[in-house]
Design a protein around this ligand. Structure first.
Ligand code: MG
Ligand code: MG
Length: 267
């Protein structure tokens, strides 16, 4: 079931998405060699609670093995769902930080991949291509297009550079739940899949690797890694499908004010 949002609902979603954006910027301030990922998680949780919201990932999944943290922090060959802890970041690491909040009954969910200090040219190219593919996907998220148009744009851009496009994890609708219909794969064919309609709210999130598209889950039940150990990158925005041009609810601007990252075009 796909829920189209009213403008007043979209306003609440914008607030939730922007809180995630500001939380990621708080984390950005502390990303440097030697910091423990668990400390980044504490910073994010405190900031979200201070802003009258709930960390949406903490406890996610329920049951015997709920996700235990506010952030998913995934380093190098970890693609997504890495659990923060006592791991210390090192110069040259790639660090995907994914954050979700619930504020006033609506969810925000977005992600950015940071470099720790200087990283290799190959890793820079991976980051640049992944973020470019995110915006190419968003460009297709307009009323009247199909879900497959988004995935096709992302896949083509990344595969022509020889990168792997993860298949097992996908973007999603978002709103009163963190994960709503429809699924938004990062691969697909033009003209295929669900028709996009104004008021649909989507989280678009390419997960791209230097090697294979194949992934596996570690024994903690959460962390997803590339099956060949190659590095991966992950960027995510929350958007509203509209006539002519999608509206991006989240922003990387607060992050890039901190990182001054000149590799990445984060329009
Ligand atoms: Mg998501
Ligand atoms: Mg996310």
């Amino acid at each position: 079931m796909i829920y189209l949002k009213s403008e007043s609902e979209i306003e609440k979603m914008r607030n939730a998405a922007q809180l995630v954006s500001r939380t990621l910027a708080e984390v950005a301030k502390e990303i440097k060699p030697g910091i423990e990922t668990g400390l980044l998680d504490v910073i994010a949780e405190d900031y979200i609670k201070k802003n009258d919201a709930r960390p949406a990932f903490k406890g996610y999944g329920g049951g015997k093995n709920p996700f235990p943290a506010t952030l998913c922090i995934s380093v190098n060959e970890e693609v997504v769902h890495g659990i923060p802890g006592n791991r210390k970041l090192k110069e040259g690491d790639l660090v995907s930080v994914d954050c979700g909040v619930e504020k006033d009954g609506y969810f925000g969910d977005h992600a950015y991949t940071f470099t720790v200090g200087e990283c290799s040219d190959e890793n820079k190219e991976l980051l640049k291509t992944t973020i470019e593919s995110l915006y190419k996907g968003i460009d297709k998220a307009v009323h009247g297009n199909k879900i497959g148009d988004i995935g096709s744009a992302i896949q083509n851009h990344c595969e022509k550079k020889g990168f792997g496009v993860v298949r097992d994890l996908v973007g999603h609708g978002i709103g009163k739940s963190m994960h709503e219909d429809p699924s938004v794969p990062n691969f697909g064919r033009d003209g295929k899949g669900e028709r996009l309609r104004s008021g649909m709210t989507l989280a678009i999130e390419p997960m791209i690797t230097l090697g294979t598209w194949k992934v596996k889950t570690l024994s903690d039940g959460w962390t997803i890694v590339t099956s060949d150990g190659s590095n991966s990158a992950h960027f995510e925005h929350d958007i509203v499908v509209r006539e002519g041009e999608a509206e991006i609810l989240s922003t990387f601007d607060y992050i890039t004010e901190i990182t001054k990252n000149e590799i990445l075009e984060t329009h």
